[in-house]
Ligand binder design. Structure first.
Ligand SMILES: Cc1cc2nc3c(=O)[nH]c(=O)nc-3n(C[C@H](O)[C@H](O)[C@H](O)COP(=O)(O)OP(=O)(O)OC[C@H]3O[C@@H](n4cnc5c(N)ncnc54)[C@H](O)[C@@H]3O)c2cc1C
Length: 383
């Protein structure tokens, strides 16, 4: 564990925020409504993020990345989410998909698969959930059977973010059905591997610009060197990954809420009723005050969790779950209040806050529902 406290952003972190905000305001925000309405992948936003190296900032320099630390990565995701939650899943899911390699992958696997992601030539998704194995992910059925030098993979994963767009997938599969959670292993699967196919995109409430599909594996033959880490330790690796990446979902939630608060604050200054701006009414001011206070509390908890992630501290499991849970509940409240502050105008697509409210909802569900985060938090307290 490092001695550096790293709780607060340094001037370098703030410079990254400023640079990312400029790119997002200029090149991501203009596509956000259209991407949501058309439910299409935000290609123009991806291109802008790639051009500025904000698409996968966490990848270390040794693998051709820019080597942003966990706090800088969280700030990038927060800033992208402030303008477009769908686009923020580009850096977030690139981290989610590659984290198993960074935590446990062989040097050979890292050298093969991380540089294309760092260059923006490929994206990386994470395949844990299945139709019958969501919160109880260890109940997965996807099976990998060893035949000499190859593994043969069969099964189906559900709800996979950026499926079909990503070139690479970390896939968790049962390698020893007698061992339960200790009989699960992780593999890198390529989109072009024979036997890989994708379902139709889900029709979702929010983050409509981020494709979510089923991924099918039909006798996919994987060379033995595609195993990530140690056979049988895949489930542990899946959970260690989530400890780190729940921080990024917390950052996404903070960003969505900030976008909604910013919009609502400027709106109430302009909107006049009873002969004056509605911002003059104390009832409105109290709502803004509560929104901003909760938002800042969530941001500070998220940054504290990011520091734990950077150092892989022993209390990261608690902090990752607490930050994700608190920030996503906050984002749901703040975006709902933002809709309220716009009155009827908040309820229609001509204004961005209804999109932000729909987008906020997913942060309470994925990478473990907030009920599961509370299970994780309580387990840490009671262990
Ligand atoms: C848009 C989207 C993108 C996603 N992206 C990915 C991805 O990229 N990769 C991936 O692997 N997965 C992904 N997921 C899956 C996501 O992580 C799961 O949906 C989530 O973990 C919940 O699983 P479930 O949907 O099966 O719900 P269930 O597990 O069926 O839960 C149903 C309800 O029961 C509650 N519940 C379940 N168990 C308990 C318990 N022990 N105590 C209290 N309450 C409980 C849940 O909180 C929930 O309210 C995504 C999901 C969505 C919707």
């Amino acid at each position: 564990m490092s001695d550096t406290p790293l709780f607060a952003p340094t001037p370098e972190h703030e410079a990254i925020r400023e640079a990312c905000r400029a790119v997002c305001d200029d090149k991501v925000a203009p596509n956000a409504a259209e991407v949501d309405q058309q439910a299409v992948f935000p290609q123009a936003s991806y291109d802008a993020l790639r051009a500025a190296d904000f698409h996968a900032p966490h990848i270390p320099e040794a693998y051709d990345g820019v080597g942003a630390d966990a706090l800088a990565t969280a700030i990038v995701i927060e800033e992208v989410a402030r303008t477009c939650a769908s686009s923020s899943l580009i850096p977030a899911v690139n981290k989610l998909g590659t984290m198993p390699l960074l935590l446990a992958g062989s040097e050979d696997l890292r050298r093969r698969y991380l540089p294309p992601v760092a260059r923006g030539d490929a994206m990386f998704s994470y395949c844990l959930s299945e139709p019958e194995a969501g919160s109880d992910a260890a109940a997965m059925k996807t099976r990998a059977v060893r035949h000499g030098d190859t593994w043969v993979l069969d099964g189906a994963k559900r709800w996979i973010t950026n499926a079909g767009v990503s070139d690479y997938y970390t896939v968790f599969a049962v390698t020893d059905p007698d061992q339960g959670a200790r009989g699960i292993s992780a593999f890198v699967v390529e989109k072009t591997d024979a036997g890989v196919s994708f379902g139709a995109p889900e029709k979702k409430l929010g983050i409509k610009g981020s494709p979510t599909c089923e991924v099918y594996f039909d006798g996919v033959r994987l060379p033995a060197d595609r195993l990530v880490g140690v056979e049988g330790e895949g489930f542990k690796l899946a959970l260690r990954t989530l400890d780190h990446t729940r921080v990024t979902i917390a950052a996404q939630a903070v960003g969505i809420a900030q976008g909604a608060l910013d919009y609502a604050t400027s709106y109430v200054r302009e909107r006049r009723q009873f002969g004056r701006p509605v911002a003059d009414f104390q009832g409105v001011q109290f709502m803004l005050a509560d929104m901003a206070t909760k938002l800042e509390a969530a941001r500070q908890l998220t940054y504290a969790a990011a520091a734990r992630s950077e150092r892989s501290d022993a209390d990261l499991t608690f902090f990752g779950a607490a930050a994700k849970c608190f920030a996503s509940d906050m984002a749901m409240e703040v975006t709902t209040d933002a809709v309220q502050l716009l009155g009827g105008y908040g309820y229609v697509q001509d204004y961005p806050v209804e999109r932000m409210m729909r987008d906020a909802k997913i942060t309470q569900i994925y990478e473990g529902t907030n009920q599961i985060q509370r299970v994780v938090i309580a387990r840490q307290l009671l262990k």
